[in-house]
Design a protein around this ligand. Structure first.
Ligand SMILES: NC(=O)c1ccc[n+]([C@@H]2O[C@H](COP(=O)([O-])OP(=O)(O)OC[C@H]3O[C@@H](n4cnc5c(N)ncnc54)[C@H](O)[C@@H]3O)[C@@H](O)[C@H]2O)c1
Length: 349
């Protein structure tokens, strides 16, 4: 639900649980936003502030340990407040603790608001592979309050906007509106109706196919290439974005680069018009910049794509492509040569 006042949205949910059975698991960068946080959780609540910025088993364990330490029963509630990294891990901890306790997501990044905090995918990265351990476990509610975005750094705003662009490519009404939004302003009131529409598009797709057996694969547009890029850059990388030094490539940037590679394949394999590819390329060059690593080890990228959990068969590369904006085509098999050509295109821009 989209709301202005988190407290009034959350109170009726909290009323269903014993107060000593409610745990707050909060992203470190939100714990420093005291007014809003205190308003939500009160003075004496159980609060775990998560410092880690990667989705690791260690952090999931830390959340499990916190729940055990405070004797949370199967009737407890976990309230996750943070970006997609936090909500993915807290959701998985909730899914598995005592065979599952209820959880509520309060997303605080744009990316988490429009994508990660809804739809029930939870998990963490393992053996260098994105989200390779996880569960489908929807929250009892997702409470979206765009006011959190006021403190979001520009590169995180852009990261979330890239996932919005992905959603827009699946919807003919939304795409032109996203192209018209003035990204220079990062204006939150003007963005709010677009957030609502993105959430609506995702909710409708997930309701039709909660376990990703068909239609939901449309939401993976950009992710076969994007995940491989994230995985190859997972360790020992440095990125400079809008004057910030980052150790992790923001997920949305990887998705945007993946979208460009997959729109290129949509043009050559499905004869999609070049227009969306050109529109997205302009946005990338103007706001995001080119990929900061050329990833010269293409064989390693291809191997990562062949290990993607979305593949139907081992060693095959499976992608969602589009025939046109609003017309995704699922389960497209990509040969290593085609994948290589798409990487070449992306890195030549
Ligand atoms: N479960 C799903 O369906 C799904 C969908 C899309 C993406 N994801 C996952 O989401 C993750 C990315 O999420 P993300 O982009 O939110 O990254 P993130 O959770 O790492 O947050 C980005 C940064 O913003 C900080 N932050 C959070 N809220 C803030 C605020 N209000 N003000 C200032 N700083 C704030 C965080 O501490 C972090 O440093 C990826 O791991 C991706 O795989 C999951």
């Amino acid at each position: 639900m989209l709301c202005k006042d988190i407290h009034s949205a959350l109170s009726p949910i909290l009323a269903r649980y014993e107060s000593d059975q409610i745990c707050y698991v909060v992203d470190k960068n939100c714990a420093t936003l005291p007014t809003r946080l205190r308003l939500i959780q009160g003075e004496n609540s159980l609060l775990l502030v998560v410092q880690e910025s990667r989705k690791s088993l260690e952090t999931v364990q830390q959340i499990w340990d916190f729940l055990f330490e405070h004797d949370i029963t199967r009737h407890g509630l976990l309230v996750a407040i943070g970006g997609g990294v936090l909500t993915d891990m807290a959701g998985f901890a909730a899914a598995t603790y005592k065979r599952g306790i209820d959880h509520v997501n309060i997303p605080t990044t744009l990316l988490a608001m429009i994508d990660a905090s809804s739809g029930g995918k939870t998990g963490f990265n393992y053996h260098g592979l994105k989200n390779s351990i996880g569960a489908f476990y929807p929250p009892v509610e997702t409470i979206i309050c765009p006011a959190w975005l006021e403190s979001l750094p520009p590169h995180e705003f852009l990261s979330g906007y890239a996932e919005m662009l992905k959603t827009g490519l699946l919807n003919t009404k939304l795409w032109p509106q996203l192209l018209r939004y003035d990204l220079d302003t990062m204006d939150i009131p003007a963005l709010t109706p677009l957030i609502e529409q993105c959430v609506g598009v995702k909710e409708r797709i997930v309701a039709a196919d909660p376990k990703e057996e068909g239609l939901r694969k449309a939401l993976n547009l950009g992710h076969t290439f994007g995940h491989a890029l994230e995985e190859i850059l997972m360790d020992n990388s440095q990125f400079t974005m809008h004057n910030a030094q980052l150790a992790v490539l923001p997920h949305g940037y990887a998705v945007l680069y993946g979208l460009i590679a997959e729109l290129y394949l949509s043009v050559i394999k499905l004869h999609c018009s070049k227009e969306p590819l050109h529109q997205l390329t302009q946005i990338m060059l103007h706001y995001y910049g080119k990929p900061q690593c050329k990833c010269s080890d293409r064989d390693a990228l291809i191997r990562l794509m062949q290990q993607d959990k979305k593949n139907e068969r081992t060693a095959e590369i499976n992608c969602t492509l589009i025939r046109s904006v609003g017309s995704p085509v699922l389960n497209q098999t990509i040969t290593p040569e085609e994948a290589n050509e798409a990487w070449e295109y992306l890195f030549s821009l």
